[in-house]
Design a protein around this ligand. Structure first.
Ligand code: ANZ
Ligand code: ZN
Length: 868
């Protein structure tokens, strides 16, 4: 018998499919609906790992299924190719980032091709290619021109020894990755995109999305809408007041002190009144070296310092309360100041306890609450805060109100005195998009001192700008965009001069807080496109997340040189029907992409406002030890090795069989062997004798049932149970297979052929190479391959719903040919089960008692005869 040679078969079909361009996707096919199926494109690290395989393999099962279901499926692929590792390799191994990246792409392309997926390689994109980043730059300029890009100082990781800005991953544990020096926070001018303008939209539209609930919740929390009020606390004997943001105005009577963030600007104004200013200054300096995360992490030991000499006045009862600085309050959220209510906020409670500050209980639980959540008072002390809502006490005329109502009433009362205002805050911050690095798309702006002067002298007010009908503003015959007005001196590179290409440099280390691009004088020195004066190029590059925020649009028209994609082609394909990739991107890439889409919709380039209608996450494949795969643990499974050993079809199928797609699980070397045997069983079944006599009508029912099950399972990404039902089917077919010579009747041949055909079609999404090989050999039987004859260009098998309805029948029970009993059973009861039932019938037992059973004859759907 011919052996199953996976390597030979898989290479052969990959080659033929590529040559015949089987998976090249036309923009339209008469009579077919388009379906845009997308996986998150990989970073060219140089090695496709098993996680990629799981993502791409499973996704391809779905793509192939959709194709067989009659859709014109677009399944493109490319590389997210800018980013730090290329630069690190350049610094360490003296190889140009571009060389490194393209070398990796070449290797990974081979690995990707070994999956046997239906990628349309003619649409491949590589984000570090100038033909792509030209449009990334164009996108940036669209934001800039609309006034949604601005420059502002922001803290960055700074190594004082290397005099270099570090990425977060280069400053792990607060130490510089190169020299181990303690990293400081340094204020550097950075570009931001105003994602906050879209916060409400990003939040509300989550509802429309068929995404995992967990991912939607993460985005919701990240956006962090908070409804509350700003309340003014005057400072005694001083013209200043402090504004705090609170979501709990109902607790105002319990506010026993205020806390300001150490960076709060009012401290400068109050300087002359603060008696302990020297110590205060010291505290401020100390807090500068902590990152935001350290500050808010739930350490019990909160630090702070009182501003001696000044007091604030609680506007609701005119009580004087002390003011503190503490770094658990952040400057960038709300107003950078809070009213502290120790009885009802645990952070305030911890702080008050440490500094021995007074506490007033103002909220009583509505019903009995569990001991755990109660505000326990014993030995004259509170033990912990009660943070839920409830009924007001110790709040004068608001006593007895419920929290919800009290919030309204108290804000209303203060609003009349001009002391409060309802307010909504979002946690989400504007997106810091500039990087002081080499391997990224250059930000396409130049700085022109001449134009800066012009704009500053014109003293346009932002409010005038927003009302202006045209998007451009004329100053002395020069036209400026909104972005140019709000960022005086920064001028957009005209579209016809894009892309601004990365220059070649030899030294990739950032210098004095600036991008290494500053080392290329040729790059930096330029003329202003507006006034032709001397100008300097921006040397920062863009965050790579910008490249990936719009790539799904480019696939629709990836070779277009005039637009990022034509309107017509976008209409053909977008939005993406299904997007498949890792959950780790929940609040980064997946949020940024939504932001880009919403912006482009607003700017009239798109007519939809969500990029990905359905989202699926694959789970994580763990090592055989159940741990995360890592080199140090030595539990990494190399997909290339597995493919060599068992074949791509087997690896695909094994990964699909491991469990529900979104769960993954530990790699089991025995499990993949099991699948390998299963594949060989199929192979043998065909090679031995591809004909079955349909002597068992239950096989037809089972086939229909299996089609139904596999269809529904693939639709719901339950690949594992789809494969299980294929296994059952194959076993049953094997049992019913009889020798070639016996199945000579034409009718039976027809039937048999149908069974084989359907079986191969069901197999095709999982094991595309094997299915094609067997399809060509036994169904098509033409040595010349024609694309229309490919198993992947057929239609998904149909099933007969009526046939598989679980109808009941009356099964006749005979002993020696005489009817002795009748039982009700399912129509497709198995022989084994029918025998068991017959033998346990009381009436039958009587007739066979003490007799030797010679044989049992089973006629499906009709009778069972026991011969004694
Ligand atoms: C008084 C109060 C009483 C508060 C109470 C809570 C419970 P979310 O929901 O996250 O928006 N807060 C406001 N600005 C802050 C800042 N810059 N840094 C740290 N904390 C800040 O939280 C809003 C609450 O977080 C606000 O309501 C404020 O504390 C605190 F029983 O005000 B609350
Ligand atoms: Zn100029």
């Amino acid at each position: 018998m011919e052996k199953y040679q996976h390597l030979k078969i898989e290479k052969k079909w990959q080659k033929i499919w590529a040559e015949k361009e089987l998976f090249k996707t036309p923009d339209k096919i008469e009579g077919k609906e388009n379906f845009y199926h997308l996986v998150m494109f990989p970073y060219p690290s140089g090695n496709l790992h098993i996680g990629h395989w799981y993502n791409f393999g499973g996704a391809d099962v779905f793509a192939r299924f959709k194709r067989l279901k009659g859709y014109n499926v677009l399944s493109p692929i490319g590389f997210d190719a800018f980013g730090l590792p290329a630069e690190n390799a350049a610094i360490r191994h003296h190889i140009h980032p571009k060389t490194w990246t393209y070398r990796n792409i070449k290797k990974m392309k081979k690995q990707l091709q070994s999956i046997g997926a239906i990628y349309d390689w003619s649409r491949e994109i590589i984000t570090c290619d100038p033909s792509y980043y030209k449009w990334t730059q164009w996108m940036f300029l669209e934001f800039f021109k609309s006034g949604l890009a601005y420059k502002k100082k922001a803290p960055a990781n700074w190594c004082p020894k290397c005099k270099s800005i570090l990425a977060n991953e280069q400053a792990e544990n607060g130490l510089c990755w190169r020299c181990g020096t303690q990293v400081e926070q340094k204020e550097v001018e950075q570009w931001f995109l105003k994602i906050t303008d879209f916060a409400e939209n990003l939040l509300n539209d989550l509802e429309k999305l068929d995404w995992p609930e967990k991912t939607k919740l993460m985005q919701k929390n990240w956006i962090g809408k908070s409804e509350g009020a700003i309340i003014k606390f005057p400072i005694s004997n001083f013209q200043f007041s402090i504004e705090v943001f609170t979501t709990r105005p109902d607790t105002l009577f319990g506010a026993t002190y205020l806390v300001l963030a150490p960076e709060h600007p009012i401290i400068e104004d109050l300087k002359s009144q603060i008696l302990n200013f020297k110590q205060v200054k010291e505290y401020i300096e100390k807090s500068k070296n902590k990152t935001e995360r350290e500050r808010i992490s739930e350490v019990k030991d909160k630090t702070g310092i009182e501003l001696k000499g000044i007091k604030a006045i609680n506007p609701v009862n005119n009580r004087e309360i002390p003011i503190f600085l503490a770094d658990y309050v952040l400057i960038h959220y709300g107003t950078g100041a809070i009213m502290a209510v120790p009885c009802h906020d645990q952070r305030d409670f911890d702080f008050a306890k440490k500094y021995n500050l007074s506490m007033i209980e103002v909220i009583k639980p509505k019903k009995e609450v569990s001991e755990k959540n109660k505000l326990v008072f014993s030995n004259g002390k509170f033990k912990k805060a009660y943070e839920e809502e409830g009924i007001l006490i110790n709040s004068e005329r608001f006593n007895g109100l419920e929290s919800k109502r009290a919030k309204e009433k108290i804000v209303e009362f203060l609003e009349k005195k001009g002391m409060a205002k309802k307010t909504v805050y979002y946690k989400i911050r504007d997106w810091l998009v500039s990087r002081q690095r080499y391997w990224g798309a250059p930000i396409p702006l130049v700085f022109c001192p001449n134009c800066q002067k012009l704009i500053e002298e014109a003293k346009l007010k932002i409010s005038d700008l927003k009302q202006a009908s045209s998007s451009n503003f004329k100053i002395k015959n020069l036209e400026f965009s909104l972005g140019e007005i709000i960022n005086p001196g920064w001028i957009a590179v005209p579209q016809e001069n894009l892309p601004v290409c990365l220059p070649k440099i030899n030294d990739y280390l950032p210098e004095e807080g600036k991008s290494p691009l500053i080392k290329s004088a040729k790059f930096v020195k330029t003329t202003c496109p507006k006034c032709q004066g001397l100008a300097q190029r921006e040397t920062d590059t863009m965050d790579t997340f910008i490249c990936s925020s719009w790539y799904y649009l480019r696939y629709a028209d990836s070779r277009n040189e005039k637009e990022f994609a034509s309107k017509e082609k976008i209409k053909n394909w977008l939005p993406v029907n299904i997007y498949i990739g890792g959950a780790e991107h929940a609040v980064l890439h997946l949020l940024y992409s939504r932001f880009f889409t919403k912006f482009l919709k607003k700017a009239n380039y798109l007519d939809f406002n969500e990029p990905f209608l359905i989202l699926k996450h694959q789970g994580t494949i763990l090592g055989t030890d159940g741990q995360k795969m890592s080199k140090s643990r030595g539990n990494v499974i190399d997909p290339d090795e597995q493919v060599k050993k068992y074949g791509a079809d087997c690896v695909r199928m094994y990964l699909c069989f491991m469990g529900p797609y979104d769960q993954g699980g530990p790699w089991d070397p025995k499990g993949i062997v099991g699948i390998y045997r299963f594949i060989q069983k199929i192979w043998k079944l065909f090679i031995d004798s591809p004909k079955i006599k349909i002597q068992n009508p239950n096989l037809e029912i089972l086939m229909d049932k299996t089609i139904k099950k596999v269809t529904e399972d693939i639709e719901n990404f339950r690949f594992n149970t789809a494969i299980s039902s294929l296994m059952i089917l194959i076993n049953e077919i094997q049992k019913n297979k009889i020798e070639n010579k016996e199945s000579s009747k034409e009718a039976n041949k027809e039937n048999s052929n149908e069974i084989w055909k359907k079986l191969l079609l069901l197999l095709a999404p999982f094991a595309p190479h094997l299915a094609e090989e067997l399809w060509q050999r036994y169904i098509i039987k033409n040595p010349n391959f024609l694309p229309e004859n490919s198993v992947h260009n057929q239609s998904w098998p149909q099933y007969n719903e009526k046939l598989i309805e679980e109808k009941e029948i009356i099964l006749i029970l005979q002993v020696n040919g005489k009817v002795r009993d009748k039982i009700k059973t399912k129509i497709d009861i198995s022989e084994q089960k029918a025998k068991e039932m017959a033998l346990s019938s009381k009436k039958i037992k009587k007739w066979i008692a003490n007799k030797e059973i010679k044989k049992i004859i089973f006629v499906p759907r009709k009778l069972i005869n026991i011969v004694v």
